[in-house]
Ligand binder design. Structure first.
Ligand SMILES: CC(C)(COP(=O)(O)OP(=O)(O)OC[C@H]1O[C@@H](n2cnc3c(N)ncnc32)[C@H](O)[C@@H]1OP(=O)(O)O)[C@@H](O)C(=O)NCCC(=O)NCCS
Length: 329
């Protein structure tokens, strides 16, 4: 019996820059230690994109691979959604720049900014276009050049973030595979704990804002940590409950890679064994919108058709959510 129209993920690709920034190198830049970073975050190294390049450059490489894998011509793509907090330019949208560079001549597109939850927001948005029947090949990208907004004199933030990204293809499915359910939440009152002070229209760039180092990520880590742990665990448990999924039914938790301790807390709340969570934070740190597609990309070979995945994220805004995906290949 054919089921309702859903958006299946039919391919995934990723890209990380070659340049590696290790904890040992950070020891020479700020007052920190490899041991502190490893025990508090799980991160050992992260990647840094070269000057003069932006998220669109990473996305174009991932999309090239994605088109090949899914046997898609660039002109067949009808929508591109780009989740990022570090757009190439303030405007136009990085989605438009990427579509131009990748030859997606028939795609319209726009950016989605929901900080670290951007990719799951964009995935859900892209799925709606497919479910409505209006769009048949939708690319959802999550990519960030966090090194462009990180203060490498601030030991509390520079140890966490890195650059990278990935993309998935969404296509119609009537056999029950794909994006089955989403819970997306936000609470803007959390903005005081995680934001960039200047560079927006309220405080445009000036000599003063640059001297005050206000063009970087500002974070009150403890507050963010507490909110992330409780909210990611809450939505992940709820999405399992309302889809009647037990821990045995879940193949993988695909968690936003913010901090190993946050990922562990979410996994525990879902009662999942350790081998059922995708973790690459030790190699890439927090790539913001890149974390979830990068995990899917690296685990793609292990995934089987029918696997139940729970994607979960938390980020600035605050924003958070979880998505239930039935893997389609
Ligand atoms: C940032 C984070 C790793 C800090 O860990 P923490 O255990 O909360 O540590 P605190 O911020 O309380 O700092 C503890 C001490 O370590 C110090 N410290 C902070 N960064 C340090 C570093 N890189 N190296 C060494 N010491 C450091 C602090 O100054 C503080 O010292 P004090 O006790 O003398 O004041 C943690 O709060 C975190 O991961 N938060 C969530 C971040 C996140 O996920 N952000 C992205 C949103 S998705």
């Amino acid at each position: 019996m054919s089921q309702k129209l859903q958006a299946a993920i039919t391919g995934v690709a990723g890209y990380v820059p070659e340049k590696v920034l290790t904890n040992k190198e950070l020891e020479k830049m700020v007052d920190t230690t490899d041991e502190w970073i490893t025990t508090r975050t799980g991160i050992k190294e992260r990647r840094i994109l070269e000057d003069g390049k932006g998220p669109s450059d990473m996305a174009v490489l991932a999309i090239k691979d994605l088109l090949e894998k899914t046997n898609t011509k660039p002109e067949e793509v009808d929508l591109i959604l780009f989740a990022t907090v570090t757009p190439d330019l303030v405007f136009p949208a990085t989605a438009n720049i990427t579509a131009d560079k990748a030859g997606l001549v028939n795609a319209f597109g726009y950016d989605i900014n929901a900080a670290c939850s951007g990719f799951i927001y964009a995935l859900t948005t892209g799925a709606k276009f497919v479910e409505s029947g209006t769009h048949k090949k939708v690319i959802v990208v999550g990519a960030d050049k966090m090194s462009s907004i990180i203060d490498y004199q601030d030991r509390a933030t520079c140890i966490i973030f890195g650059d990278g990204g990935g993309a998935v293809m969404l296509e119609p499915d009537e056999e029950g595979y794909g994006i089955c359910d989403s819970i997306l939440k936000s609470d803007g009152s959390g903005r005081k704990y995680l934001h960039q002070k200047a560079g927006g229209s309220v405080k445009p760039p000036s000599i003063e804002t640059i001297q005050a180092r206000e063009h970087y990520v500002y974070q009150e880590g403890k507050q963010v940590f507490k909110a992330a742990v409780s909210n990611m665990a809450d939505v992940s448990r709820r999405i399992m409950e309302r889809n009647n999924l037990s821990a045995e039914d879940v193949a993988y938790l695909v968690a936003h890679q913010a901090n190993l301790r946050i990922i562990d807390a979410t996994r525990n709340a879902m009662n999942l064994d350790e081998e059922k969570v995708m973790i690459n934070i030790q190699r890439y740190g927090n790539t913001t919108n890149g974390t979830i597609p990068l995990c899917l990309w690296e685990w793609e070979d292990k995934l089987k058709k029918g696997d139940n995945l729970i994607l979960a994220a938390f980020g600035g805004g605050f924003t958070w959510g979880s998505v239930y995906v039935k893997w389609a290949y």
